[in-house]
Design a protein around this ligand. Structure first.
Ligand SMILES: Cc1cc2nc3c(=O)[nH]c(=O)nc-3n(C[C@H](O)[C@H](O)[C@H](O)COP(=O)(O)O)c2cc1C
Length: 319
């Protein structure tokens, strides 16, 4: 077998707007740090790409404790975009990421459009960074975050600004599920020049400590992720794929509750080209590799030779 992609019979390579990945699997932003934290648990070089946690211009401490809570079939987080900041990311984290020998997509966040632009501009031409994932969908920060991601006019404006600075890096816009019609924000991003869409970020949610009658999270609300959101994520990918992405020829990176190969295959059939795994990494970081093997087994069982043969192949007509 070649490095993390092709076996003799099965080709897992996918193309995300001109960036070739050896297989569709990547980390979901914010759930695998900057990679070095996970080095002892899983060989991340076997992935198709690595997606960093959100990077902002200055470092951020994030929200106070308690920032995460388990829920039935999922988790809530209100990390508040804690990160090392652009300068330390470039100086300390990029050299470590380089060792993975993978394309890296850097998730970018900010409180203002200018901050997004400054961070994205500084990532141009920095090896091994091949793409910027625009986080306009974080439900846990008041300035920026979800504010930008729920109004199609804002999505269009910020995507257009980022389009001007992302010349070498591909521009991936990460969509919020906290909207009435996700195809409207998807279309706004694509029309303003997004090279790819990633979806979905977390759902705004909360949990209450009934003994104390207080919110479990210090931020009161958090973002819900994990298996609980998967069927909604699959539905949203299906809608965006059929109504926006397929007609425009724009690839989707699907995520939301992927834990097993079956889940990943659902996203592929719904129309996702790339697959990101987040919450499941807290249970088993090595699930990324078992998911990849499971996709291969599925393709072999169905006599396919190339993963592209199943992407966007949902049958909705009566048998
Ligand atoms: C602890 C945690 C931190 C996250 N941090 C970020 C982040 O910094 N930027 C971002 O765009 N998404 C962030 N996310 C959202 C994930 O990237 C992903 O969109 C979401 O969790 C759905 O995928 P999952 O169900 O596989 O976790 C975070 C999710 C979790 C659970």
């Amino acid at each position: 077998m070649q490095k993390n992609g092709t076996t003799n019979e099965i080709n897992l390579h996918v193309d995300i707007a001109g960036v070739t990945l050896a297989n569709p699997l990547m980390t979901a932003s914010g759930t695998c740090g900057y990679a070095d934290e996970y080095a002892d648990f899983v060989d991340l070089s076997q992935l198709g790409a690595f997606v960093t946690k959100s990077i902002t211009a200055a470092s951020r401490q994030g929200h106070p404790y308690r920032r995460v809570a388990e829920t039935r079939a999922g988790m809530l987080n209100a990390i508040g975009l804690a990160n090392v900041g652009l300068e330390a990311f470039l100086a300390e984290k990029v050299p470590l990421l380089k060792k993975l020998q993978l394309p890296v997509f850097v998730n970018v966040a900010g409180a203002t459009v200018d901050e997004y632009v400054a961070v994205a501009a500084a990532l141009e031409g920095v090896d091994p960074i091949r793409g910027v994932e625009l986080n306009i969908s974080c439900p846990n920060v008041k300035a920026g975050g979800i504010q930008f991601g729920t109004d199609p006019a804002w999505v269009s404006a910020i995507t257009a600004e980022l389009r001007r600075v992302c010349r070498k890096n591909i521009l991936i816009v990460k969509l919020s599920p906290n909207v009435t019609d996700i195809t409207a924000t998807a279309a706004a991003a694509v029309d303003a020049g997004a090279d790819a869409l990633s979806m979905i970020n977390t759902f705004t949610a909360m949990a209450i400590d009934v003994e104390e009658r207080r919110p479990v999270l210090a931020n009161v609300t958090g973002g819900l992720s994990g298996p609980a959101i998967r069927p909604i994520a699959v539905y949203m990918v299906h809608r965006v794929y059929t109504q926006v992405a397929r007609p425009a020829g724009v690839p989707i990176i699907g995520m939301g509750g992927i834990q097993h190969a079956h889940d990943a295959i659902e996203f592929l059939i719904a129309g996702a080209t790339g697959l990101a795994v987040g919450t499941a990494l807290f249970v088993d970081p090595a699930c990324l590799l078992s998911i990849r093997r499971g996709i291969e087994d599925y393709l072999r069982r169905h006599s396919y030779h190339d993963i592209s043969e199943i992407i966007g192949t949902l049958k909705t007509d009566p048998d």
